[in-house]
Ligand binder design. Structure first.
Ligand code: A3P
Length: 296
């Protein structure tokens, strides 16, 4: 069909210095003008930091651990993706938002300065998930191979350079994690770490529950820990992105639910690359002290 014919690895176009998919850039003014409801919740991440995981936790918390209700639709239909835009007639994130009544759980990868101002004016709750740079990069490298509408990742060496230069879709990881970190107290952002979620999922689920002003029983919390474990989510067709057409996500190249681990970067970085990366990281992150862990 027409939509399928226009599927391609779309180029990136900068919006206020941030490289975004050309369709997002073209529709930027309507994205920027979006007004959320004060009851809407925003889940924000740099791509591949644990978005889907946080979404599933939040959905289960909001539905008192009801697994069946949380299987009502695939992730992408349950949580409108604020800035996503495709060639027509594929509905955009804004189109999906129009069909859903608040309170909605909205996904974004936008750096903080590009989040529409209505979220701050309306004091919406915002959950930010951050993942250590090296694992985040490895996950993104695999994703850009299987996601056939993202630019070609190129070789591992080239990809590493692009990540360090902030040239991947949604821009610099360094600026992204720092932007939300610096504002977290003033704007009441719940700043989470992927590594903490792996280390002690129950503790982190309880943190989210309290932030949402919910109070679930211990049994239900235990159930949510189980339902949001990597293996359960990998086998859940409503959370593993298996319903996305193969012309967009080719899971045979690399599954969306790939490994879900901390420290997988050690299988890819050479010692020399790791040292070079760490030196550059120290310079780029010198102005903040964000407690990232590359191993747990
Ligand atoms: P890997 O590629 O390292 O496996 P996002 O949802 O932001 O796109 O992030 C996807 C990454 O989160 C993938 O990382 C995926 O496997 C991991 N992930 C998703 N659900 C998870 C879970 N329940 N537990 C651990 N990791 C999970």
């Amino acid at each position: 069909n027409k939509a399928a014919g226009s599927i391609q690895r779309f180029p990136l176009v900068e919006v206020r210095g941030i490289p975004l998919r050309n369709w997002i850039a073209q529709n930027w003014s309507s994205i920027w003008a979006f007004r959320p409801d004060p009851s809407d919740l925003l889940i924000s991440t740099y791509p591949k930091a644990g978005t889907t995981w946080a979404q599933e936790i939040v959905d289960l918390l909001l539905h008192n651990g009801d697994a069946e209700i949380c299987k009502r639709a695939p992730t992408a239909a349950r949580f409108p993706f604020l800035e996503i835009q495709y060639p027509p007639p594929v509905p955009s994130g804004l189109d999906l938002l129009k069909t859903l009544k608040p309170p909605r759980v909205i996904k974004t990868h936008l750096p903080i300065q590009l989040v529409p101002e209505g979220f701050w004016e309306n004091k919406c709750k915002v959950i930010y998930v951050a993942r250590n740079a090296k694992d985040n990069l490895i996950s993104y490298y695999h994703f850009d191979q299987m996601n056939l509408i993202h630019p070609e990742p190129g070789s591992w060496e080239e990809y590493l350079q692009k990540f360090m230069e902030g040239k991947l879709a949604w821009g610099s990881w360094y600026d992204h994690v720092k932007g939300y970190w610096k504002e977290r107290e003033k704007r009441n952002i719940l700043y989470m770490f992927f590594e903490d979620m792996k280390e002690n999922p129950r503790r982190e689920i309880v943190r989210i529950m309290r932030y949402l002003d919910l109070s679930l029983s211990d049994d239900i919390i235990d159930k949510i820990v189980e339902l949001t474990s990597f293996n359960v989510m990998k086998n859940n067709p409503m959370s593993n992105y298996s319903s996305v057409p193969k012309i967009i996500f080719d899971h045979s190249i690399s599954p969306f639910m790939r490994k879900g681990e901390v420290g997988d970067w050690t299988n890819y970085f050479t010692p020399a690359q790791s040292q070079m990366f760490d030196e550059d990281y120290a310079r780029k992150m010198a102005d903040v002290d964000i407690p990232f862990r590359t191993r747990i």
